[in-house]
Write a protein that binds this ligand. Sequence first.
Ligand SMILES: [Mg+2]
Length: 234
Amino acid sequence: MTPPPRAVSLDLDNTLWDTPPVLVRAEAVLRRWLEAELPALAERYDPAALTALRLEVLAGAPARGHDLSWIRTEALRRAARASGYSDGHADRAFEVFLAARNDIEPFGEVRPALAWLAARLPLYAVTNGNACVTRVGLGEHFAAAIDPVRAGAAKPDPRIFAELVSVAGVPPATILHVGDDPQADVEGARLAGLVSVWMNRTGASWVAPFAPPDHEITDLDELVALVRRLLASG
Ligand SMILES: [Mg+2]
């Protein structure tokens, strides 16, 4: 039995918007910018080569594997240096990517649902990626955002949820964590003692080997209904 919630934490990518097309577009925007502004780099590194470079950076610094922005920036810096450009050029390229990566359109019900929820409970963003609630235009609804750089670890590591619990200042069992990823979000929340809510927008079946979620929803309207019911039960 889930107690009345005192806070709600939300995953971002694929929970509040559809991420794969955003990443495809952001890569295309970056590629066009590289071709125009850093042509020697674009010539030397095709997209597959830049991906390989990121994997190389990751392999050399596994302890920073949770910091996707650092990995991407460092890979661009190495590519820039090898192509006769400066770190500053690479940092501008990363900013071009990051701006496009944060240029998202939330699913249709998201803004009104967040407004309803935020009027009743503090909302927290807990993401593994480098999307930012403020940059995507949803910052007004959130009390704070927790990311792997701030927490020192990515979901499902309990450390990122411990950071959330510390910031929220309420018992873990009173926090609903909502996310689409069975391991990162549902298993992560369970390991940290939070109430898990699986965002299952695609009608997928639950996947072993993880324990099933405490609650399952297909969109944020169903989260509103769930929170309304849980608050009324308290
Ligand atoms: Mg997600």
